[in-house]
Design a protein around this ligand. Structure first.
Ligand code: UDP
Length: 240
């Protein structure tokens, strides 16, 4: 069955890349990839390639922005000009500012910022290659980099999207599904409590579909969390 754009995204219950509806793309993670950062991580997730670097906690300048009760947390998301098919104009735009804002807010839920008065914790997420779901990959890489930096946190943040493609609820949309599917629902959670810290939606879903997609995305994020934990252990040489 083709969708309204004339593109067949599902055939015999399988997706364009052969995945089942509830299957994640292949994910690999590595910590400690940047020499000058306090902590860093590199995540390959399907065709997405994302690096995250954490700087700090360090004293916040200018001084008038300092908060004597807690550190400022800033997550900056950037899509490299060469990361997408049509070259992206360098520098921030509305989309990257939005993703930076929601990512910062998600991470503020876990970072124990009160331990670092007058400081700033800066997290840079650089998307080197994009293939849909980059805000989820970026957040996953960012929290891994924070753990690598030894920043005290309540837990990690793990993220994953679900959505609707040719009438079916599916996990972890790739580019073609994101472009030509009916809906995309990126979700980030604090895994230990299954508490949602980011929830956005593109397109339309019925109430039932929304609830099914949300549950699927949370379960996807729980699988991502397991891979994060392995990467932290490997980064520490299994010493944790
Ligand atoms: N994209 C692009 N050019 C842009 C922004 C996005 O080609 O300027 C692509 C990129 O592959 C991205 C996808 O569109 O991953 C979906 O973007 P969206 O805004 O839905 O965010 P994401 O799914 O990456 O979190």
């Amino acid at each position: 069955m083709k969708n309204t754009n004339g593109i067949e995204l599902m055939k015999d219950g399988k997706r364009l890349d052969g995945r089942k509806p509830d299957e994640l793309r292949k994910i690999t993670m590595k910590t400690g990839v940047l020499k000058r950062a306090s902590g860093s991580a590199y995540v390959e997730w399907g065709k997405n390639k994302v690096v995250a670097g954490v700087y700090g906690p360090r004293q916040l300048h200018p001084k008038f922005m300092q908060n004597p009760t807690r550190a400022m947390v800033r997550c900056i998301y950037n899509l490299a000009p060469f990361s997408v098919d049509d070259r992206k104009k360098p520098g921030p735009d509305r989309r990257s500012m939005e993703i930076s804002k929601v990512s910062t807010e998600a991470l503020e839920n876990v970072i124990l910022a009160e331990k670092f008065p007058n400081a700033t914790i800066d997290i840079f997420v650089e998307v080197l290659q994009a293939d849909a779901g980059t805000r989820c990959v970026g957040l996953t890489a960012a929290s891994l980099a924070l753990a690598d930096a030894g920043i005290p946190m309540k837990d990690m943040v793990a993220a994953c999207a679900a959505g609707k493609v040719q009438g079916q609820i599916v996990l972890d949309l790739m580019k073609e599904e994101d472009n030509f599917g009916e809906s995309d629902l990126p979700v980030a959670v604090i895994p230990r409590r299954k508490e949602v810290v980011l929830l956005q939606m593109d397109g339309k879903l019925s109430r039932e579909e929304f609830s099914k997609a949300l549950n699927l995305a949370v379960e996807g994020a729980m699988q991502v969390y397991e891979i994060q934990k392995k990467a932290i252990l490997e980064g520490a040489g299994g010493r944790i």
